[in-house]
Design a protein around this ligand. Structure first.
Ligand code: PHE
Length: 448
């Protein structure tokens, strides 16, 4: 059985590493772009404060109080219905591993674009569309190689365990990511587009907010904070006793928001500089951004290399955090070695990843549609829209109604005032589960 604990900074950086990923740097900018900019950013921050932070603290307390993997954490802390609760824990952990399969495929795309950044970036949007479309729908081999590379890197880091794998990598990659983004931000200062980007992201125009922006913000807050996936539970099980539980949570949330905003500022500076449209959907990072960089010649290549390196760092630290819960569970439950456990989880992830790659390949993906959706979209939809919110509600209800209030109070007392504790507890019991349930029903029945 492994008993390794994170160092104080190591924990914050590892959890921030899990949080900051494709969500903050890829999804956040395009969702903001599609939802009118600044007012949406404020909405996102508001939702982080009243829903995501309470659920985060709930998952943290489940992990810390039990010091167990996500299945045994629920089992240990539930006084009754242990079976049901351990199934909830098991579901989140399996969902996480499933998400990691397509997440790694997307990291593969990032590698592909990193490679492109060294050579020739697309000169216009038509070319960019063609490159991306062809890569996704025809080039299974390159996709496979890139995916295998991302997968291998993850496995290597995970094989070294919590301290010398996960913590060490996060401590290296997170500051490097920050420095690269800061460099790009400083570069953006010199461009005319920067003022427009700042206005777009930072000066709110509430007329742009619609009901659906509200739902997007909630989904994004959950995904970017790595909630509902057993990740915070698992990492918090290795949390050392001298860590300030509340402050480190706020640091993680702060780092996540800060990086998302910096990434947004950089991306939108380029968008506005070259009069591109901010609401371009998923293609923002893979299609328009490379084209915009290409306008700058050699410095554009350097910026592109930096951007995709930063994105791959952010995404890797997230990917390992999504695989770790299942690995950690197998090690503890069956007393097997980390390597064996990785081999088991890794083979499943690898297989699903390959199925995801072929799901987009023309002439192949059509043969295994699930409920009319291609396999990739099916996994993305069921995990993100159904299982992830369910896992989040599970954690909130468990901490809010099953764990004894005194246990939580004792855990958090050294780090928060009674007022903050009671506020958190009320949000956890009455606000978070209802909010999450409402978005889930809305996305499932009204927008899907
Ligand atoms: N938070 C990560 C991101 O924004 C994704 C993630 C989701 C990681 C769930 C772990 C668990 O990309």
């Amino acid at each position: 059985m492994e008993k390794e604990y994170f160092g104080k900074i190591g924990y914050v950086l590892a959890v921030a590493g899990s949080a900051v990923g494709l969500g903050a740097i890829w999804k956040f900018p395009y969702v903001v772009g599609e939802n009118g900019g600044s007012a949406f950013v404020l909405l996102y921050i508001f939702i982080c404060a009243i829903v995501a932070v309470p659920v985060f603290l709930a998952e943290l307390s489940i992990g810390k109080l039990s010091e167990s993997d996500s299945v045994n954490a629920f089992r240990k802390l539930a006084h009754k219905n242990e079976k049901f609760w351990s199934c909830v824990g098991g579901m989140t952990m399996v969902t996480a591993a499933v998400i990691s399969s397509y997440y790694l495929v997307i990291i593969g795309w990032v590698y592909r674009y990193l490679w492109l950044s060294f050579s020739k970036l697309p000169k216009n949007l038509d070319e960019a569309n063609a490159i991306f479309g062809e890569f996704l729908s025809q080039d299974a081999l390159t996709q496979f190689i890139c995916f295998a590379f991302a997968f291998g890197t993850c496995m290597l880091i995970l094989s070294r365990g919590v301290k010398s794998g996960i913590e060490k990598m996060s401590v290296l990659m997170m500051p490097a990511l920050f420095l690269m983004l800061m460099f790009m931000l400083f570069y953006s200062f010199s461009m005319d587009g920067f003022a427009k980007a700042a206005k777009f992201l930072l000066v709110p125009d509430f007329s742009k907010i619609t009901l659906s922006s509200f739902f997007y913000a909630l989904g994004l807050a959950f995904f970017t904070m790595s909630l509902g996936m057993a990740v915070i539970i698992t990492y918090s099980a290795s949390l050392s006793d001298d860590t300030n539980l509340f402050r480190s949570t706020l640091s993680v949330v702060g780092i996540n928001i800060l990086i998302a905003i910096i990434a947004g500022l950089v991306i939108f500076t380029f968008v506005f500089e070259y009069d591109a449209v901010p609401s371009q959907g998923v293609g923002l990072v893979f299609k328009s951004l490379p084209t915009l960089f290409a306008n700058l010649g050699a410095i554009g290549n350097i910026l592109a290399v930096m951007f995709f390196t930063a994105l791959s760092f952010a995404a890797l630290t997230s990917a390992i955090s999504i695989i770790e819960p299942f690995v950690f569970f197998l090690i503890r439950e069956f007393k097997i070695s980390r390597l064996k456990s990785l081999l088991f989880v890794g083979s499943g992830v690898f297989l699903l990843g390959i199925l995801c790659i072929f799901a987009n390949i023309k002439g192949v993906g059509e043969y295994y549609l699930v409920f009319g959706k291609d396999f990739f979209s099916f996994l993305d939809f069921t995990t993100e829209k159904i299982l992830l919110p369910l896992g989040g509600i599970g954690g909130a209800i468990f901490a809010g109604y099953v764990i004894k209030k005194e246990a939580l109070y004792t855990l958090f007392k050294p780090y928060m005032s009674d007022f903050v504790f009671n506020l958190w507890y009320a949000l956890l019991r009455y606000v978070s589960p209802i909010f999450v349930l409402v978005i889930m029903i809305n996305t499932l029945f009204f927008t899907a």
